[in-house]
Design a protein around this ligand. Sequence first.
Ligand code: NAP
Ligand code: GFB
Length: 319
Amino acid sequence: MAYNEAMVVVVTGGSGLVGQAIQTVVEQSRNVNERWIFLSSKNADLKSASETCAVFEKYKPTHVIHLAAMVGGLYRNMKYNCDFLRFNQLINDNVLEACKKMKVKKVVSCLSTCIFPDKTPYPIDETMVHNGPPHHSNFGYSMAKRMIDVMNHAYHEQYGCNFTSVIPTNVYGPHDNFNLEDGHVLPGLIHKVYMAKQNGTPFTIWGTGKPLRQFVYSMDLAKLMIWVLHEYNEINPIILSVDEQDEVSIREAAEMVVEAFDFKGDVVYDTTKADGQFKKTACNVKLRTYLPDFQFTPIRQGIKETVDWFIENYESARK
Ligand code: NAP
Ligand code: GFB
């Protein structure tokens, strides 16, 4: 197939939750004028500068969506803050330097709403990224992510690079990491109800269930990130999140997982486990000024689709 070499898009972290969603959306759009390459750590360990350079030399991207990162839920972050800091700093520095050297026309990197200051007025907006220390549970990951924004501005000022970033809230969907210790809450709850139903055992929710989250379905985030790649031209980040009123408690999310499985067993809370951040309510007004009519997938539907995917792909799912 003849590609318009004007657009060769490399997606780092292309084998993960968000990367696979972007792959699905790209395949549905079938835009023959764009060549998309989805990388995993098998193509290159991006913690290595030489491997990063080699993979960028190989594909010569004109555009990059930079997703690759050491990622995890609350409990993984609490255990490995130093690794989250170092590994993500290495990856981010190697990728952005390679993009500068290869004269990549545009780079869209990924921050996260969990990196905002822990003590903060709500709702949080894009101007508040560096206004104070993040929640201690994930300070390593947060500081590495904040440096992406700092590097984007530094590369723009000194080299004129068009490097920007998005700030998604909690993402969930097919191809997530369903590992009980390392994964995020929704895949964890889905995996636990699956096992409770299989084994006739109780479904245990960690913490009090009181914390609040805005969950964004991976397919919606994928569409928004592709839009950012094509249409968003600020260096400053943009929050990609559902509306504030779509925020739910962990308990409410767990009830939707129970409903999706039609689980009838016992539900218990293990309050010896940490709750983490109580809330990180983000404002998506900036997104809404660009895309006032964007329709997010209702969380009940997104959870049902993810549960159905997990049941169907249990053997091959990351868990
Ligand atoms: P994920 O499912 O864990 O996927 C991580 C991706 O990064 C995988 O493709 C993985 O490759 C790759 N990767 C990790 N270390 C690498 C290395 N050293 N070299 C090369 N590739 C490496 O993560 P995700 O949830 O899709 O997250 C994607 C991005 O969104 C991340 O930047 C994350 O910080 C951000 N984000 C995620 C959430 C969320 O709730 N999930 C929320 C906000 C922001 P392998 O498959 O080979 O390991
Ligand atoms: O997605 P999660 O692990 O991370 O959600 P955060 C943690 C919240 O869900 C806590 C509750 O309130 C937990 O008590 N929870 C209940 C569970 N049951 C479970 C379970 O089985 N597994 C998990 N993981 N949680 C992360 C940041 O914060 O947000 C990361 O630490 C990342 O850096 C991610 O940015 C998006 O939402 O608390």
